[in-house]
Design a protein around this ligand. Structure first.
Ligand code: UDP
Length: 488
């Protein structure tokens, strides 16, 4: 290793193996790299490193290193070549989470190699909130460990507290209080994914999440992909709950320039064709529909959604994937949509169906896009709000339902349409909700608030001489902390 590398110090970053985690980790790495001369290595399984390599190669020159950690999915009862949640049926997800524990030995070898080559161990391990075991590695080697939650503060708190306390198991009521939130706050059973609803501490989900979250709570501090000014309540509560510093360095958004290969994914439509389609539409007139990188809805919901989009009479772009129960990566069959739907939408130029993966950031930043019908994964939320686009929430898994609760109750920038793949929806309800968000009354209020949030996000990341936004200051402080000796 070069002499310079020895002097600079090293950070090793370990994201969970999902695009919604890998993309913000990469952005965090870029920001730290921009501020320091530290060596940064992102460690992950070979196929995810391949994604990262193509994401990095499509943007500006970089010095972020990538390290492959040996991983064999078949040893964990997973199909070959499955190293990311994107291709996983729901039935395999718990196995997949558990399989991440096998990365401990290869991570220890990587750290030993860095230590040997540079003369001392890395300064810091930045690990995903789901990978609490990294904290044990860091502690045993005397290395600082920071936990990066790629979610917002409110969603993170709800997620970690519900797993740690299983509060819904302590009441017969559908509504329950979540420790860490004010006493008068209520969450609802329908906001829980069925795996957590059924969790009792002994099932394979609990056995992974409860200890991993407890270990992440031991880390030396938390990095959160949010902005101080947009989540005041969530941040105040999260800080109190974890009793650790929380750095708000968001929004960490993927760079639009690299979108052709964002996280190594090819879009199902040429960017130019998509932009030309949007150029022909009126300002704020298009509904963009997407459920993130790994989720899909049920066949009956898909039918109702198509009917509702058509009934609404609005223009839309919809990233379509096979419904639940079919290979999410397989071919899309016309029979999943109303008869003649795609043809009609094409002929009337009302709807653009994009297969599997769309250029999301570019769609959301186009002036014609008026609302985002989304599962409300945190990256999608940030990407939407940073462009002043209000949302229609349809949470499907993870902390998405808690994000929607905050978007509706705290921020006033969303309406909730459905919850999980279990909700029964009709075309009529879909069309009605689209009307609410796009009309001039309530819809205008939501748009105004989304624009205010976009302004906060811009200010937070702005640096004009001595004047620095909150996320710039947090990033400075984070770097100072990483460079300072770890307290004994
Ligand atoms: N994404 C995209 N095109 C798609 C679907 C997803 O570019 O068709 C990107 C999206 O811009 C976001 C990420 O994938 O950066 C999805 O992250 P999110 O947290 O919203 O949801 P997750 O996929 O983790 O459920």
């Amino acid at each position: 290793m070069a002499e310079a590398a020895k002097k600079n110090g090293h950070i090793v970053m370990i994201p969970f193996m999902a695009h919604g985690h890998i993309i913000p980790f990469l952005q965090l790495a870029r920001q730290i790299q921009h501020k320091t001369t530290l060596n940064i290595t992102i460690a992950n399984t070979p196929l995810n490193i391949q994604y990262l390599r193509s994401a990095l190669s499509s943007t500006s020159p970089h010095q972020i290193r990538l390290a492959e950690l040996h991983f064999d999915p078949t040893q964990h009862g997973l199909p070959p070549n499955v190293e990311n949640t994107e291709k996983l049926p729901l039935s395999h997800i718990a196995k997949f989470f558990n399989s991440s524990l096998s990365l401990e030995a290869p991570l220890r070898s990587l750290i030993a190699q860095i230590t040997e080559e540079e003369g001392y161990p890395p300064l810091c391990l930045i690990s995903d909130v789901f990978l609490g075991w990294v904290n044990s590695v860091a502690t045993s080697l005397g290395i600082r460990n920071l936990c990066f939650t790629t979610c917002g503060a409110y969603g993170t708190l709800a997620y970690i507290s519900i797993w740690s306390n299983l509060p819904h198991r302590k009441t017969d009521s559908d509504e329950f209080w979540v420790p860490g939130f004010p006493q008068n706050y209520r969450f609802h059973r329908t906001q829980l994914h069925k795996f957590i609803r059924q969790a009792d501490g002994t099932d394979e989900w609990s056995q992974f999440f409860i200890p991993q979250i407890a270990l992440s709570m031991n880390s030396d501090g938390w990095i959160c992909n949010t902005v101080e000014e947009i989540e005041p309540l969530g941040l105040q509560l999260l800080r109190k709950y974890v009793q650790r510093p929380v750095w708000t360095v968001g929004p960490l958004l993927p760079s639009a320039k690299g979108s052709k290969h964002r996280a190594g994914k090819e879009s199902g439509i040429a960017l130019e064709a998509c932009m030309e389609w949007l150029d022909l539409k009126d300002e704020n007139s298009v509904v963009y529909v997407s459920f993130g990188s790994q989720n899909t809805i049920s066949a009956s919901q898909m039918m109702a959604l198509a009917e509702g989009l058509e009934e609404s009479g609005r223009s839309f772009i919809w990233v379509v994937r096979p419904p639940v129960g079919f290979d999410i990566d397989g071919e899309f069959k016309e029979e999943w949509l109303p008869k003649g739907f795609e043809e009609r939408m094409r002929d009337t130029e009302k709807g653009l169906l994009v297969r599997k993966w769309g250029p999301q950031l570019e769609i959301l930043s186009h002036k014609s896009t008026g609302v985002f019908l989304s599962h409300c994964g945190w990256n999608s939320v940030l990407e939407s709000l940073s462009n002043g686009v209000p949302l229609i929430g349809w949470p499907l898994a993870a902390e998405q339902a808690y994000n929607v609760k905050m978007l509706v109750e705290e921020m006033g920038v969303a309406v909730e349409l459905a919850r999980t793949v279990e909700s029964t929806i009709t075309g009529e309800v879909v069309a009605k909700v689209i009307d609410i968000v796009m009309d001039n009354g309530k819809g205008k209020d939501m748009k105004d608030r989304a624009n205010e949030i976009a302004a906060h996000m811009r200010d937070a990341t702005t640096e004009k001489g001595e004047e620095k936004g909150s996320s710039v200051r947090a990033m400075d402080d984070l770097v100072t902390t990483i460079l300072s000796p770890k307290p004994l």
